[in-house]
Design a binder for this molecule. Structure first.
Ligand SMILES: *[C@@H]1O[C@H](CO)[C@@H](O)[C@H](O)[C@H]1NC(C)=O
Ligand SMILES: *[C@@H]1O[C@H](CO)[C@@H](O)[C@H](O)[C@H]1NC(C)=O
Length: 322
């Protein structure tokens, strides 16, 4: 805490000196032409609760779709039943991938198998200068650690239905994810419970620090303390690759309303959710993948599907079933 307070003071001071410069300057990542018609893919989830079974075998909660749409992206739902060649074709058409929360197994699920195909394609593409961002939320963050290391590193880190402030690391302030956040939002992030947590497992800070592959691939931007005292990684970003992970759920702040759940809805909570959605969609705007025709594009988008009202049998307001 002491270290952070000290760092924070230095940061604030520095910020006062350079505020006009930094406000006038677009983020380095946004220089140059951008693709202003991005399409982000979302893999469907394949572990379906009993109450959801009558509607379909896989699903995407509408909260994630709205989250991306709110920042100026369109969404392509991606089923788990295609061939590797078909995924390669999809990869060449979309501008990023969102790995959503859920209950799929890291080692054995179709969700994980398909995510791995996209992950490998994204590594190769990014290495060749063909930008392709990936974002993992909750299970998505856990899956990213599995994809990078080939190991299931999860241990009990329960934070079930808890809204928490983030313990930001020194790296957070210069990170891609947070660098464009206004100073007052950064302060709110560390003092107000703006991040909704709904998990039993996670990657502890110690596991992360003991793992050379994770350490060289990702920077930890924040940690939190679980209800059993374990310190878990709550936000991380790729050092080299545009890959991002949050153990918490930025989408719930604006798009989920169940009164039994700790969904943060304050003005600052809404800003955090908006800023991160805008950040990730801006990463997608750096990708120039595109569909081969307007007809093919139109047929692939989520607009072809109708979400089902689900607030009376799940904590989601609406769900797309496939
Ligand atoms: C932040 O870290 C400190 C020291 O490790 C800990 O005491 C505190 O509970 C943490 N705060 C949160 C919100 O996790
Ligand atoms: C939920 O609400 C919908 C629409 O009002 C209704 O058709 C459905 O039967 C309800 N489901 C449950 C499980 O109550």
């Amino acid at each position: 805490m002491q270290g952070f307070a000290m760092f924070s003071a230095v940061f604030l001071l520095c910020c006062q000196l350079c505020v006009s410069w930094s406000n006038a300057r677009p983020s380095a990542r946004n220089l140059g032409p951008m693709n202003n018609r991005p399409i982000i893919g979302i893999l469907t989830q394949d572990v379906v609760d009993d109450e959801m079974k009558p509607f379909g075998k896989t699903y995407i909660p509408s909260s994630y779709v709205k989250y991306l749409e709110s920042a100026g992206s369109r969404v392509m739902p991606i089923r788990l039943t295609h061939t590797p060649e078909e995924y390669e074709d999809i990869f060449k058409r979309i501008n990023g991938l969102l790995l959503i929360g859920g209950a799929s197994a890291l080692e054995t699920s179709d969700f994980s198998r398909v995510a791995q195909i996209f992950y490998r394609l994204a590594l190769t593409a990014n290495d060749a200068g063909d930008v392709f961002p990936i974002w993992g939320t909750c299970l998505g963050l856990q899956l990213l650690t599995y994809l990078v290391t080939g190991e299931n590193l999860l241990t009990k880190t329960p934070a079930e239905n808890m809204a928490l402030p983030l313990n930001l690391t020194a790296e957070a302030h210069s990170s891609q994810m947070f660098r464009s956040f206004p100073r007052e939002v950064m302060t709110a992030l560390t003092h107000e419970p703006l991040t909704g947590n709904f998990h039993n497992y996670g990657v502890t800070e110690k596991t992360f620090m003991d793992n050379k592959e994770l350490q060289s691939f990702f920077s930890i931007l924040s940690t939190n303390v679980a209800s059993n005292g374990a310190v878990f990684v709550s936000t991380m970003e790729g050092k080299k690759y545009p890959f991002y992970g949050v153990q918490w759920h930025p989408e719930v702040n604006r798009f989920m309303w169940n009164t039994k759940m700790s969904f943060p809805h304050s003005p600052n909570a809404v800003r955090v959710s908006s800023l991160l959605a805008e950040f990730f969609v801006n990463e997608g705007r750096r990708s120039w993948h595109s569909f081969s025709s307007p007809e093919e594009e139109a047929a692939s988008l989520i607009y072809n599907y109708t979400p089902t009202y689900s607030a009376n049998f799940t904590s989601y307001q609406q769900i797309y079933f496939f």
